[in-house]
Design a protein around this ligand. Structure first.
Ligand code: ADP
Ligand code: MG
Length: 679
C-alpha cells in the first residue's frame, strides 16, 4: 500500500467512514498516519475501589455482586451492575448496551476501566470498558493514543485503522538525508510514525516526536533560506533619500522620538538608501509608536517621487491612518488617498484613475489595495500594518504591484528575536523595545461582577472629566449556548443606567463596514463617550483620549489578546485604567489575569500565557494559514527549530546549487513550503 493510496483501500473503510474521515481532512493513507495523537492514555495498575479518585481514569478488578439490571426509560436502556473488591464496591452503568448483560455473570471476576465519578454521593463509572486479563496486561503502562475525533468515529476505531495502515504501508525510502539523520541523532521516519502512534514508552514517544517536528522545521527553514538566497540580490530600483524635509517633520512632532524609534528609523533609512531593496520587519509592543516610523518612510518615498502604500487589516484602522497621515503629509505637497472595500464602485474607479496617473502619492487601505484593478504608476514602498493579520501571500501580492518595491512589515506580535529571524527569514528584523517615556503606566484591576456598580461610577466620573471609555464583550448578541456578555444587550442595559448626556454606542464585526466606520469616526471625534465593542477594536486603533478599558468576561480571552486590548488605552499623557471583569470566579482565572496586573510587557505575557494555556494560535502564524506545521510548535519546540535551521543551513552551504541533484527527493518537500510561504 502506498502513502498516497486512498483510505478506502483499508479494510473496514466504506463510503460512510470515508466521508467521516474526510471531515478530519483524512483522504489518503499518509493523511491518516499524520493525524497524530493529541495525547496519550496510560493504563495504570489495578486500583483498589476504596482508593479511587474522582475525575480520574482507573482500572478496577472485582466480583459482580448483584444480578445486572436493565432499566428502560423513554429511548434509553440503562444497564447497571455492582462490582466489589476487598476494599469496597462501585456502581457501573452502561447506556444503550443491553446486550452486555449476556456476558456479565454474578460471582464472576472482571477487570473494568473507566472514569471515576460521584453521583448522588455514590462512586460510579459510566460506560466502563470490560477487559480480559490478557487484554489488560497487554495494555498496562503502555501509552494508548488519543485522537481528535468526529461524531461517528471512535478512538478505538481510529486506533485500529492506524494499526492496519502501519502494517500495510510501504514507507519507501526515508527522505531526510542520511548525513543529517546521523548528525542530529534522529530516528528513521517510518519508526517515528509507528512510535508516535504506538510508543513503547514515553521516551520513545518523545524521540519519535522530535524526528517528526524536526522534519517540519527542516523543510520549512530550508525553504526560507533558499528563498532568501534567491532574493537578497534584488537591486534597489527605488533609491529613497531622507531629505531635510524629513528632519523637519521629526522636529515638528509634538514629542521627541524614543531611542528605540530613532534606532529603527536609522535602520529603515539605511535600507532605503542602500544598494538593495528593503525587506524589513518592525516589531514593537502596542503603543511603542510604530506608526510614525511608517509615516516617515512614506514621506521620504513621496518626496522622492515614488508612490507608497500602507495596508491595514481593518477599514477602521485604514481610515484612522488616512485621517492623520493626510493632515500630517499634505503640507509637504503629497497627496494621500484612501481606498477601502466598502467604497462604491464609482468612488473606487475614481481612485484607480488617480493612482494610475500618479495623482496620489500615498495610498492607504485594506485588501482593496491589492485587487487586480489597481495599477500603480511607480510603486516604491509597501508597508503592512499589524502583519499577523495578513497572510504572507497578501503581502507579496501587494509587493507584486510594483517592480521590487521596498517592503516594511509592522507587527505587535511578540516573538523572540531569534525565532523571528528564522520565521521571517527573508526579512531583516528591527525591534522597537521602548515605550515613550511620557506615558504613565496603566493601572489595572481584576474584579468580579460584584464590582460592576463601582466600575460604572468610575466610568461616569472619567467621562465627566472629558475622557472616553471602551467596554469589550466577548459576543455580538445573545446566545443560548454561551453565558457571556454580548454587545447588543449590554448597550441597552448600560443606556438605562447611565445619565442621558453620556453617549453610548456599539461596534462589532457583523456590522456593515459603513456603519462601523461611522461609529469609529464618531468615537475618534469624541462624539461617543462609551464604546461597547467586540474585539474588533483590538487591532491598532489609536484614540488618545480614551482612558478606560473595561473587559467583560475577561476569562474568555487569551492574555496576549487582553494585552492588545489594553494597548488601546494609555496612549496619551493622562492616567489610564484597565478593568478586567470576570464572570467566573475561580482561583485559576484570577491567577491567570493577575499576570496582566504585574506585567506590561507583551513578551513576558505571551510567555506566561503559553505556560498556562499551552501553545496554540497565539502567534497567529497558524491562524493566518500561511505556515502549517503538523506537530511542531514554534515556541515550545524552539530548540528543535533552531537545530533544524542550522542543519538546513549546513546542507545548503555544503551542496549549494547541487542540492536537488544530490537529493532529488528534497525538491518536493521543500517546494511544498516554498509554495506555502511564497515569500
Ligand atoms: P503602535 O506601535 O501600537 O502602532 P502608535 O504608533 O499608534 O503605536 O502610537 C501610539 C501613540 O503614541 C500615538 O498617539 C503616537 O502619536 C504616540 N507616540 C508615538 N511615538 C511617541 C513618542 N516618542 N513619544 C510620545 N508619544 C508617542
Ligand atoms: Mg499600530
Amino acid at each position: 500500500m502506498q502513502q498516497t493510496d486512498p483510505v478506502s483501500s483499508l479494510k473496514g473503510v466504506g463510503e460512510k467512514t470515508e466521508k467521516l474521515l474526510a471531515k478530519l481532512s483524512i483522504y489518503t493513507i499518509i493523511d491518516l498516519l499524520t493525524h497524530f495523537p493529541k495525547n496519550y492514555d496510560i493504563y495504570e495498575n489495578i486500583c483498589p475501589i476504596a482508593l479511587l479518585e474522582e475525575g480520574k481514569k482507573a482500572a478496577i478488578e472485582g466480583t459482580l455482586v448483584k444480578e445486572p439490571t436493565i432499566l428502560a426509560k423513554k429511548n434509553l436502556t440503562i444497564l447497571q451492575v455492582r462490582l466489589r473488591d476487598a476494599s469496597g464496591s462501585i456502581l457501573l452503568t452502561w447506556f444503550h448496551m443491553p446486550f452486555l448483560k449476556k456476558s456479565l455473570h454474578l460471582g464472576t471476576s472482571y477487570i473494568m476501566r473507566g472514569t471515576v465519578m460521584r453521583k448522588n454521593g455514590m462512586l460510579t463509572m459510566d460506560q466502563p470498558l470490560i477487559l480480559s486479563k490478557e487484554e489488560f496486561f497487554h495494555r498496562l503502562l503502555v501509552l494508548q493514543p488519543c485522537y481528535a475525533l468526529t461524531a461517528g468515529i471512535t478512538n478505538n476505531g481510529l486506533t485500529k485503522l492506524m494499526k492496519q495502515a502501519i502494517h500495510e504501508i510501504d514507507f519507501g525510502e526515508d527522505l531526510l538525508p542520511l548525513e543529517i539523520k546521523k548528525e542530529e541523532d534522529l530516528m528513521d521516519y517510518k519508526d517515528a510514525i509507528k512510535a508516535i502512534h504506538f510508543p513503547k514508552d514515553k521516551e520513545e514517544m518523545l524521540k519519535a516526536r522530535k524526528r517528526l517536528v524536526f522534519d517540519d522545521f527542516f523543510y520549512f527553514t530550508a525553504a526560507i533560506q533558499l528563498l532568501k538566497q534567491n532574493k537578497s540580490r534584488t537591486c534597489n530600483y527605488h533609491k529613497i533619500i531622507f531629505t531635510e524635509e524629513c528632519k523637519k517633520f521629526v522636529d515638528s512632532l509634538s514629542f521627541s522620538l524614543t531611542n528605540a524609534q530613532k534606532r529603527v528609523l536609522l535602520e529603515i533609512k539605511q535600507d532605503l538608501e542602500s544598494a538593495y531593496t528593503m525587506n524589513r520587519l518592525v516589531q514593537g509592543d502596542v503603543g511603542s509608536g510604530k506608526t510614525v516610523l511608517a509615516e516617515l518612510a512614506l514621506l521620504a518615498s513621496g518626496l522622492n517621487h515614488y508612490q507608497g502604500c500602507f495596508m491595514t487589516p481593518t477599514e477602521v484602522l485604514a481610515k484612522q491612518h488616512f485621517e492623520s497621515l493626510s493632515k500630517d503629509l499634505e503640507p509637504y505637497g503629497l497627496h494621500v488617498l484612501l481606498l477601502i472595500g466598502s467604497m462604491t464602485a464609482k468612488e473606487k474607479r475614481e481612485r484607480y484613475q488617480l493612482i494610475e496617473n500618479h495623482k496620489a502619492d500615498i495610498i492607504i487601505g485594506t485588501h482593496a489595495l491589492i485587487t487586480e484593478k489597481v495599477v500603480y504608476h511607480n510603486l516604491g514602498l509597501v508597508i503592512t500594518d499589524e502583519q499577523h493579520r495578513f497572510g504572507v501571500r497578501q503581502r507579496e501580492a501587494l509587493a507584486g504591484k510594483g517592480t521590487f518595491p521596498h517592503v516594511l512589515v509592522m507587527s505587535a506580535t511578540p516573538i523572540p528575536r531569534t525565532l523571528a529571524i528564522i520565521l521571517y527569514g527573508d526579512l531583516d528584523v528591527s525591534i522597537v523595545d521602548e515605550l515613550p517615556a511620557s506615558r504613565l503606566p496603566i493601572k489595572n484591576c481584576v474584579v468580579d461582577t460584584n464590582y460592576r456598580p463601582a466600575a460604572y461610577r468610575f466610568i461616569q466620573q472619567e467621562v465627566t472629566l472629558g475622557h472616553q471609555v471602551y467596554i469589550i464583550c466577548p459576543m455580538v448578541e445573545e446566545s443560548e449556548t454561551m453565558d457571556a456578555e454580548n454587545v447588543i444587550s449590554y448597550t441597552q442595559q448600560l443606556k438605562e443606567i447611565m445619565p442621558r448626556n453620556i453617549t453610548i454606542a456599539y461596534l462589532h464585526g457583523k456590522m456593515k463596514p459603513k456603519e462601523k466606520n461611522e461609529i469609529m469616526e464618531k468615537f475618534l471625534l469624541g462624539e461617543i463617550h462609551i464604546l461597547i465593542s467586540t474585539t474588533v477594536v483590538e487591532v491598532g486603533v489609536n484614540v488618545v483620549n480614551a482612558t478606560v478599558m473595561m473587559v467583560e468576561n475577561a476569562e474568555r480571552f487569551g492574555l496576549a489578546q487582553l494585552h492588545q486590548l489594553r494597548g488601546r488605552v494609555g496612549r496619551g499623557k493622562e492616567q489610564s485604567y484597565c478593568i478586567f471583569m470576570t464572570g467566573m470566579q475561580g482561583k485559576e482565572v484570577k491567577e491567570r489575569l493577575e499576570i496582566l496586573q504585574h506585567s506590561n510587557d507583551g513578551f513576558v505575557i505571551a510567555n506566561e500565557d503559553l505556560k498556562l494555556r499551552g501553545p496554540g494560535d497565539l502567534f497567529g502564524i497558524r491562524q493566518s494559514g500561511t505556515i502549517e506545521f503538523q506537530l511542531g510548535d514554534i515556541y515550545n519546540d524552539s530548540n528543535i527549530l533552531m537545530q533544524a535551521n542550522l542543519a538546513a543551513k549546513k546542507l545548503l552551504e555544503k551542496y549549494g546549487e547541487n542540492l536537488f541533484i544530490k537529493f532529488p527527493q528534497l525538491e518536493n518537500k521543500i517546494g511544498h513550503y516554498i509554495g506555502q510561504i511564497s515569500l
